[in-house]
Design a binder for this molecule. Structure first.
Ligand code: ADP
Ligand code: MG
Length: 241
């Protein structure tokens, strides 16, 4: 579904991502883990065309994204949902309007179908009673669940998550992880940057460990967590678990 071939990306003198290649197959859940600044977000943003790599190629469904062509980037991006650490909901709009805006404006859905879909999605994330609420009336965990529902409203073929629970109070982490687990069980293809090792252990098909912009280890979670190969991964895990 996704193929990164020898991606590199620098910001000034910082080599954020160095020659990273990876593949994500349909239905796979891949967790990207690693220390702060190791290049996890930049890798994710290259998949989505939010960052344009300096070199290397990105293939989505066997199509190479043409980074010189805005339409090609947009086309690739339209197939993915991206959920960030900070929810980026439209603050002046109700939950329902947050969920129907893009389906109506971008996909050309009629209002009635868009609202029907929004209500169904809110039910899926356990927030059917919040459709008329405004973001400021919601807890962090509820906002993040709305953000996930809003992404799903665009009918993505794949979901990218960049530390979706890092900004949440601990008691709200679980409710967001539960929604993500349900999505995974429904067969959604997912790339997830996370520090939630329990989630990675339970849900990931594969764990990719990054350091200094490079992939250091790539393993199934059982092997990675019980028997990491490199000293760098061992050291990272000893600090985080
Ligand atoms: P991670 O998500 O693993 O914390 P990032 O991909 O955000 O890592 O960052 C990798 C490196 O690139 C870091 O040194 C970071 O400071 C740098 N970096 C990322 N984005 C930018 C940017 N837009 N401008 C300048 N430096 C950046
Ligand atoms: Mg990051």
């Amino acid at each position: 579904m996704i193929k990164l071939n020898h991606i590199s990306k620098s910001f000034g003198t910082v080599d954020a991502v160095k020659d990273v290649s990876l593949e994500i197959k349909q239905g796979e859940i891949v967790c990207l883990i690693g220390p702060s600044g190791s290049g996890k977000s930049t890798v994710l943003r290259c998949i989505d065309g939010l960052e344009i790599p300096d070199s290397g190629t990105v293939e989505i469904f066997d199509e190479v994204i043409d980074f010189n062509n805005e339409a090609s980037i947009k086309q690739a991006r339209s197939r993915m949902g991206f959920v960030f650490q900070h929810f980026n909901l439209f603050p002046h709009m109700s939950v329902l309007d947050n969920l129907t805006l893009s389906p109506i404006q971008v996909l050309g859905m009629d209002k009635e179908s868009a609202e029907k879909q929004a209500v169904a999605l809110l039910k899926r994330v356990g927030l059917e009673d919040k459709k008329d609420a405004y973001p400021k009336q919601l807890s962090g965990g509820q906002k993040q669940r709305v953000a996930i529902a809003r992404s799903l409203a665009m009918n993505p073929e794949m979901m990218l998550f960049d530390e979706p629970t890092s900004a949440l109070d601990p008691e709200m982490v679980v409710e967001v992880l539960e929604v993500m687990k349900e999505l995974a069980k429904d067969g959604m293809t997912m790339a997830v940057v996370t520090h939630e090792m329990g989630f990675a252990k339970e849900i990931a098909n594969r764990v990719i460990f990054l350091e200094d912009g490079q992939i250091i280890e790539e393993k199934d979670p059982q092997t990675f967590f019980t028997n990491p190969e490199t000293d760098r991964a061992k050291e990272f895990l000893s600090k985080i678990i």
